[in-house]
Design a binder for this molecule. Structure first.
Ligand SMILES: NC(=O)c1ccc[n+]([C@@H]2O[C@H](COP(=O)([O-])OP(=O)(O)OC[C@H]3O[C@@H](n4cnc5c(N)ncnc54)[C@H](OP(=O)(O)O)[C@@H]3O)[C@@H](O)[C@H]2O)c1
Length: 423
């Protein structure tokens, strides 16, 4: 049997998982593996150290290698390494969402020019098959909406905050101890990771390139136990939601932020490190994909799946998969967060003055905001009160203006949080 010769760049969590999974596939041969530190001990049984190099160019310039598996991560030096690979006519399988979100258009254009393909099932939601279904069996559809939980770390933290009434800091520490969160958790908790993934998903779903810099992004670091408690009392859970929508005028709304999600909603039932993606398309209707969004084994399922597709196609036709060639030449017209319409949760600390609720009502009314629920539970020891407001659908810029006005009022001590609501 003809063999597909591959080089792997990166031999950490995903790289090792891929290597182990490939042991069951004789038609794929690992020729070389690039790492950063060649002296690091590798936890693989009977591992042949001569496979390792600390020079990724040795792999991408090797004429015996057909496909590069890039599971190192980051932009530098990987962007340049992969450009060299593509210029040398190699196909790429990558799990690197940051690279695709920031440099995808350049890489895909180059790949098109050089008649090679870049497959990236592992880059979005780890083990959940979502890229290939959108690009193949769902291609008859016009996809207009995605709402997803795409980051396991933040979902784990929010789940523990809700279930065990932990503070954000304690839940983060627990996630770090269990290996769900990195020592520097910024990429996850500030929503960067989810924004890379939703930019990739929105690009392929809406057939337009999404500019990562125009995606509104807000993380979970400001969510307090009080927000979680108030949300629970109102019948909601707080989740970090990545969403993309095509509006009636063809503009695109892509964003990542925490939301109050109604308890009956499917996404509210997705707990711990699990990921879930809801798609709405015509004619298919609503679809939900749920599963492990990270980890060595689930992620290797996607990487090796891409490799097997390449292996089978290349042996039969010796030409790249037509559905995997990038066709997104038009840039999306993305809307600003201020122009979006949402239902809102506003948590406010006020003084215990007569007429405070009236002030909140008046300012909301002046800014075209209809209040649907207002909740106050007694008075705090320091003579302040926590007031939670739920609004009907309102324009974001109106809500931001109302908050600016509210904070000017002597009766308003603090705007604790503003969250969007998914019913
Ligand atoms: N972890 C997951 O569950 C998961 C899921 C989906 C996607 N991903 C994506 O997959 C990629 C890898 O993630 P990971 O968790 O496996 O990372 P990781 O455990 O930190 O491993 C990174 C590997 O890349 C190697 N490396 C770093 N810079 C290199 C360079 N310049 N040249 C050659 N090798 C280099 C490192 O070498 P040393 O071993 O010598 O340090 C290490 O083996 C990232 O893009 C990530 O976003 C990860």
């Amino acid at each position: 049997m003809k063999s597909l010769n591959i080089g792997i760049i990166g031999f950490g969590t995903v790289g090792c998982g891929v290597f182990e999974t490939l042991k069951s596939f004789n038609e794929i041969t690992v020729k070389k593996i690039a790492v950063k530190n060649i002296n690091k001990k590798r936890n693989i049984e009977n591992f042949d150290n001569s496979l390792l190099t600390d020079n990724p160019y040795e792999i991408v310039n090797n004429p015996d290698i057909d496909v590069i598996v890039e599971v190192a991560g980051g932009i530098n030096p990987i962007f340049d390494v992969l450009k060299t690979a593509i210029n040398n006519g190699k196909h790429i399988v990558t799990a690197n969402k940051e690279l695709l979100a920031k440099k995808g258009s350049e890489l895909f254009s180059l790949a098109k020019e050089k008649n090679t393909v870049i497959l990236y099932e592992a880059a979005v939601a780890g083990g959940i098959p979502i890229i290939m279904p959108i690009k193949t069996i769902l291609c008859a559809n016009k996809i207009t909406k995605i709402a997803a939980i795409l980051n396991g770390t933040t979902n784990y933290i929010l789940t523990k905050m809700a279930e065990q009434e932990l503070s954000y800091e304690t839940a983060l520490k627990q996630a770090q101890e269990l290996g769900y969160a990195e020592t520097d958790p910024t990429g996850d908790v500030e929503g960067f990771d989810a924004s890379y993934k939703i930019s990739i998903l929105s690009t392929i779903s809406f057939n337009k390139r999404i500019d990562i810099n125009k995606i509104y992004r807000e993380g979970i670091t400001k969510i307090t136990p009080q927000d979680i408690k108030s949300a629970k009392e109102l019948g909601y859970k707080i989740k970090l939601i990545a969403m993309g929508r095509v509006l009636d005028d063809g503009k695109i709304d892509v964003r990542v932020h925490p939301m109050l999600v109604a308890k009956k909603h499917l996404l509210a039932k997705v707990n711990n490190a699990t990921n879930s993606i809801m798609l709405s398309g015509y004619p298919v209707g609503d679809l939900v994909f749920t599963g492990a969004g990270a980890g060595a084994e689930p992620t290797s399922s996607s990487v090796v799946g891409d490799l097997l597709v390449l292996a089978s196609e290349l042996e039969i036709t010796n030409s790249p998969l037509p559905q995997s060639i990038c066709t997104h030449n038009e840039t999306a017209e993305q809307i600003d967060i201020g122009d979006t319409y949402n239902d809102y949760y506003i948590s406010i600390t006020t003084s215990n003055n007569p007429g405070t609720i009236g002030i909140i009502g008046t300012i909301c009314g002046k800014n075209n905001i209809n209040i649907s629920t207002i909740m106050q539970k007694g008075i705090n020891k320091d003579n302040t009160a926590e007031i939670v407001v739920l609004t009907e659908t309102s324009k974001e810029s109106d809500v931001q203006n109302a908050l600016k006005e509210l904070i000017q009022s002597e009766s308003i001590k603090n705007i604790n949080n503003l969250l969007r609501v998914m019913n």
